[in-house]
Design a protein around this ligand. Structure first.
Ligand SMILES: NC(=O)c1ccc[n+]([C@@H]2O[C@H](COP(=O)([O-])OP(=O)(O)OC[C@H]3O[C@@H](n4cnc5c(N)ncnc54)[C@H](OP(=O)(O)O)[C@@H]3O)[C@@H](O)[C@H]2O)c1
Length: 242
């Protein structure tokens, strides 16, 4: 069966790796790359996998964009089989200094967007009596550093949503899981100095950050038929940090 896979935030470090992993490991699948303004890297990937990878304009905080995206996928390929809620960002500040819109923006993109995405994807998956949803949370959800009250709360919310929705949808053949990556190579703030990066690595048991494809491999498994009895789980992928 040709599965339709939707990956949000697909111009980013992890989104690109996820897309490439699915495209190379599952030759029959069609991958939809959710993008907004920045799209150059996703465009390059789509050109390399012409006919099997399509860009899709998707601002994940917009329920209308989600409806249009699901319709476009059904029209261009097959009904959505796999949704990977990957888009997200952090905007750190101490709570005492955090502006209200800094709180809301982060909650919107990292948590409310997952609600909108799941709600848009579910009717089609319920009709098919099968589906895979993988939500990208973060290690910050289970071991929350100072300065990330907004991001940690949003990602912890994603874990709660995942567990609850897994129970609601299990009998319909739909699994819902979350992964919590630690630091990912290529996805770290550009203003972190080489000294800071080196010091961070020294705190990690493996002395290195995750390669994006190491996260993608776990997501690919959770989205596979082999993971049919795994739902509501949260998988941390942190090289042994916690
Ligand atoms: N990097 C890490 O170390 C790390 C660790 C743990 C968890 N994570 C999580 O992993 C996921 C991917 O992160 P990454 O490392 O690949 O970061 P990234 O390179 O910054 O990519 C994030 C992507 O999300 C998109 N995005 C953000 N807000 C969006 C919105 N409202 N609507 C649509 N797209 C939106 C961005 O689009 P634009 O380019 O247009 O802004 C970008 O393509 C995120 O959920 C992040 O929280 C990352």
């Amino acid at each position: 069966m040709n599965r339709s896979i939707l990956i949000t935030g697909a111009n980013g470090a992890l989104g690109l790796a996820l897309a490439e992993f699915f495209l190379t490991r599952e030759e029959s699948c069609v991958v939809f790359l959710g993008v907004r303004e920045r799209r150059e890297r996703a465009q390059e990937l789509a050109a390399r996998f012409s006919g099997r990878a399509h860009l899709l304009t998707l601002e994940v905080t917009s329920p209308d964009d989600w409806k249009a995206a699901v319709t476009e996928i059904e029209t261009k390929a097959a009904p959505l089989s796999v949704l990977i809620n990957n888009a997200g960002f952090h905007e750190d500040a101490l709570l005492a200094n955090m502006a209200q819109d800094q709180w809301s923006r982060v909650l919107d993109a990292n948590l409310n967007a997952v609600f909108h995405g799941c709600q848009a994807a579910l009717p089609g998956m319920m009709r098919q009596r099968q589906g895979r949803i993988v939500n990208i949370a973060s290690l910050s959800a289970i071991s929350s550093p100072a300065g990330q009250t907004n991001y940690a709360a949003a990602k912890a919310g994603v874990i709660g949503l995942t567990q609850s929705l897994a129970k609601e949808s299990a009998r319909m053949g739909i699994t819902v899981n979350a992964v919590c990556p630690g630091y990912i190579e290529g996805g770290l703030p550009a203003d972190w100095t080489p000294e800071h990066l080196k010091a961070l690595k020294m705190q990690l048991p493996m002395r290195r950050f995750a390669r994006p494809e190491e996260i993608a491999a776990a997501v690919f498994f959770l989205a596979s038929a082999d993971a049919s009895y795994i739902t509501g789980t949260t998988l941390k992928i942190d090289g042994g940090l916690l």
